[in-house]
Design a protein around this ligand. Sequence first.
Ligand SMILES: NC(=O)c1ccc[n+]([C@@H]2O[C@H](COP(=O)([O-])OP(=O)(O)OC[C@H]3O[C@@H](n4cnc5c(N)ncnc54)[C@H](O)[C@@H]3O)[C@@H](O)[C@H]2O)c1
Length: 263
Amino acid sequence: MVGQAGRLAGRFIAVTGAAQGIGQAIAAEFRAEGADLFLLDIDGPSLEHAAAELTHLPGGALLHAAADIADADRVAQVFADAALAQGRHLDGLVNNAGVNVFHPPLQTDAAEWQRAFAINLEGAWSCARAVLPGMIAAGHGVILNIASTHSFTIIPGTFPYPVVKHALLGLTKSLALEYAAQGVRVNAIAPGYVATQKVLDWWDTQPDPAAARAATLALHPQGRIAEACEIARAATFMISDECPFMTATCLTIDGGLSQRQHA
Ligand SMILES: NC(=O)c1ccc[n+]([C@@H]2O[C@H](COP(=O)([O-])OP(=O)(O)OC[C@H]3O[C@@H](n4cnc5c(N)ncnc54)[C@H](O)[C@@H]3O)[C@@H](O)[C@H]2O)c1
């Protein structure tokens, strides 16, 4: 389901990690709402496929680039290329690309620690750095970081993912306060469990995937987890101009799970 048409008309918005999952759902929702899009993903073939599917839907410009957001030079280049191709600066960014890096703390080697931070935090910062000067010059821009309920709660054995997702909230608040007076808003969404490949893969790594799935659903007050489109609809509102006084905040979308004291 998509909302009323045209809520993002005239906007030029980048979405990272747009080849699948939450990022793909956000891209589809934003296109349906009239945005011009710049999509990034490390997985070039899947991104090509996702972009081709979107071009079948009515909408504005659709640019895309294969890029590893952990590569700061590549990020700067593809954002500059997109702005040049469209003849204007980006006025929206969704930092969605991310990876699960889950270990017990003392079994986390330096490479895994570094990978978690390079993609989930430094990647978001590199993309923000690429768009902020244009937003500040224009006096208008919105950045939305896809955080997690791991940004304020801990599941043992998922280290250092919650450490880096806590830091992503810190980045959100810091940039929001630094650039509020220049017309830039920076917010976050904290999803709980969302039915994407990442979660299906995690269930599949468990000794009994069906039991793991049932246990996850049973944790939730509504007896289900979120669909990616439910995150995308909230993202549309937060990246739009419908909430101009909303900045430095984080919207939790977890079906109430993080407020539950006991099952
Ligand atoms: N699925 C969930 O339950 C859930 C819950 C809370 C938060 N999140 C967050 O939402 C975001 C999206 O999650 P998802 O479930 O859709 O994941 P996903 O694995 O389905 O999709 C992530 C996308 O990001 C891309 N990507 C990964 N590393 C990249 C890199 N270095 N550079 C560019 N692109 C890269 C992947 O190729 C993929 O297309 C992540 O930041 C994740 O931490 C997900």
